[in-house]
Design a protein around this ligand. Structure first.
Ligand SMILES: [Zn+2]
Length: 405
C-alpha cells in the first residue's frame, strides 16, 4: 500500500523505519483516546495499540479503517462473496463477534443493507432480506418471490461455507504457538478467561475493568481456546450464556435465594446458607479448602429437588446420577466442576464406593491428592495421582427414592 493512497484518507500518515505506515487512530480519537497510532504493516495487517494483545478485538476495532483502505479481503480473516442475478446483488460475509457474521448486500455501486446476524436463524435472515427491499425506492431493482427464495437459500449456504473457511483460517492462525484448551485460566497479564456457552470465552480485563467475549485468546506463548469435547458440546456441562453486573453481594444473595425459593421448599436458614454456598463455588480456586453441602432428611422430603436447584446455580455444575470413581476423576480433572452427586450407587463394599469415599474424604483440600490403584492384567498394580479439589453437593438418600418411585 502506498503512503499517498493512505494519506487520501488519513492525512497525518507517515512511514516508519520498518516500512510500516502509522497514523492516529480515528476510532480512538472519536472515543476520546487521542494520539493512539494505528500501524499498517507491510503485509496489510492493521493494529491499534488500544487493543494490543487482543487480536479478535483489534480486528473488529480496525475494521472501518480496513474497509476505508479497501483491504476487505484481509487474508487473516474469513471473507466470502457471492454474486447473484448477474451482479444485480452481491452478498458478502465477514467475521463478527459472538458467532455472528457481518453480512453485506450490495451491487457494484451501492450498499442495500448491512447487519450483524446469525446465518442459521431464519428470522434474522428474513429481516435482513426485508432490509434489502426497503431501500427499493432508491432505484434498486425489485426481486420477485422466486429470487427472494434464492437469496435466502444462498445466505444459508454462505453460513456453511463461511464455517469451513473460518475453521481453515483459524487453524493457520495459530502459527507456531501451541493451542491450549482450557475451561478457565488466569493469564500472566492478569486477564481471566472463563469458558461460557457456545464455545466462547468471557475475558475479564482487570486493567480496563471490562468483560469481552472471544472464541480464542492469543498471548505471546499460546493460543487459548475453550474446551470442545463431546461432553461439553452436547451440553453435559452447564455454562452461562453471558455475564451481567450483579450490583452488590446482598442483591446477588437475594436473587439466588429467590431462585431457590421458587424451585425448592427448604427452611429459611438452609436457603440463606445455600445461596452463600452457591456464591462460594465461584471463588473455589482462590481457596485452600471448601465445605461440602449435604442434604439429609426423610424420604420424600425434597432433598433431590433442593440439591439440584442449589447445585445448578453453582459454578460449572455437573449432575452425576450414578458416578463410578473413574468417571468422577475424569470430570474433575477436565472441567473443575461443582459435582452434584447422588449417592445411589454407593453400595457398601463396592470398589467404586471405596474410591468415592476417598475422593470425598480428601477432596475438600487443595493439597490432598488421592492415589488410585488399578489392577492390570498381570495382577500388577499401577498408581495414578489425582487432585480432586472442587465443590461437591451430595444427595445422600436418592437411591431410596429411586427404588420407591
Ligand atoms: Zn484505536
Amino acid at each position: 500500500m502506498r503512503l499517498d493512497d493512505v494519506r487520501v484518507h488519513y492525512p497525518d500518515a507517515r512511514h516508519e523505519t520498518d516500512g510500516s505506515i502509522v497514523f492516529e487512530c480515528p476510532l480512538c480519537r472519536v472515543e476520546g483516546r487521542l494520539g493512539k497510532l494505528v500501524k499498517l504493516y507491510i503485509n496489510g495487517a492493521i493494529s491499534c495499540p488500544t487493543y494490543a494483545g487482543m487480536p479478535d478485538a483489534n480486528r473488529e476495532h480496525c475494521r472501518p479503517i480496513r474497509e476505508t483502505l479497501g483491504q476487505i479481503s484481509n487474508p487473516r480473516q474469513a471473507f466470502i462473496e457471492k454474486v447473484l442475478f448477474d451482479g444485480k446483488l452481491i452478498l458478502e460475509v465477514a467475521q463478527a463477534e459472538r458467532g455472528k457474521v457481518r453480512l453485506v448486500a450490495r451491487n457494484c455501486v451501492s450498499v442495500f443493507n448491512r447487519d450483524v446476524i446469525s446465518l442459521d436463524r431464519a428470522k434474522e435472515r428474513n429481516d435482513f432480506i426485508k432490509g434489502i427491499l426497503e431501500v427499493d425506492d432508491n432505484g434498486i431493482p425489485n426481486f420477485d418471490d422466486k429470487q427472494l427464495k434464492d437469496i435466502d437459500q444462498v445466505i444459508k449456504q454462505l453460513g456453511d461455507e463461511y464455517d469451513r473457511v473460518s475453521a481453515a483460517i483459524d487453524a493457520e492462525d495459530a502459527g507456531d504457538k501451541p493451542t491450549v484448551k482450557v475451561i478457565s485460566k488466569m493469564l500472566d497479564d492478569g486477564r481471566i478467561l472463563e469458558q461460557i456457552a457456545g464455545g466462547m470465552f468471557a475475558v475479564y480485563d482487570p486493567q480496563r475493568g471490562e468483560v469481552a467475549y472471544h472464541r480464542k485468546v492469543e498471548t505471546d506463548e499460546a493460543v487459548y481456546r475453550p474446551l470442545d469435547d463431546d461432553f461439553v458440546l452436547k451440553g453435559g456441562l452447564f455454562l452461562p450464556e453471558n455475564l451481567i453486573e450483579y450490583g452488590d453481594e446482598a442483591t446477588l444473595d437475594a436473587e439466588i435465594e429467590a431462585c431457590i425459593y421458587r424451585h425448592s421448599d427448604v427452611p429459611d436458614r438452609e436457603r440463606r446458607l445455600s445461596a452463600r454456598y452457591a456464591r462460594l463455588t465461584y471463588i473455589a480456586d482462590l481457596l485452600e479448602e471448601i465445605s461440602y453441602l449435604r442434604a439429609t432428611g426423610e424420604r420424600g422430603s425434597g432433598k433431590s429437588r433442593y440439591i439440584c436447584t442449589t447445585g445448578m446455580i453453582c459454578l460449572r455444575p455437573i449432575l452425576v446420577t450414578s458416578p463410578s470413581a473413574a468417571s468422577l476423576y475424569r470430570m474433575m480433572d477436565a472441567y473443575h466442576p461443582t459435582l452434584i452427586i447422588d449417592e445411589c450407587n454407593l453400595a457398601v463394599g463396592n470398589d467404586d464406593t471405596q474410591m468415592m469415599m476417598m475422593v470425598l474424604n480428601s477432596g475438600f483440600q487443595r493439597i490432598a491428592d488421592v492415589s488410585r490403584c488399578e489392577k492390570g492384567n498381570d495382577g500388577q498394580q499401577t498408581v495414578r495421582m489425582f487432585s480432586p479439589f472442587g465443590p461437591k453437593l451430595i444427595d445422600r438418600d436418592r437411591a431410596v427414592h429411586q427404588k420407591v418411585e
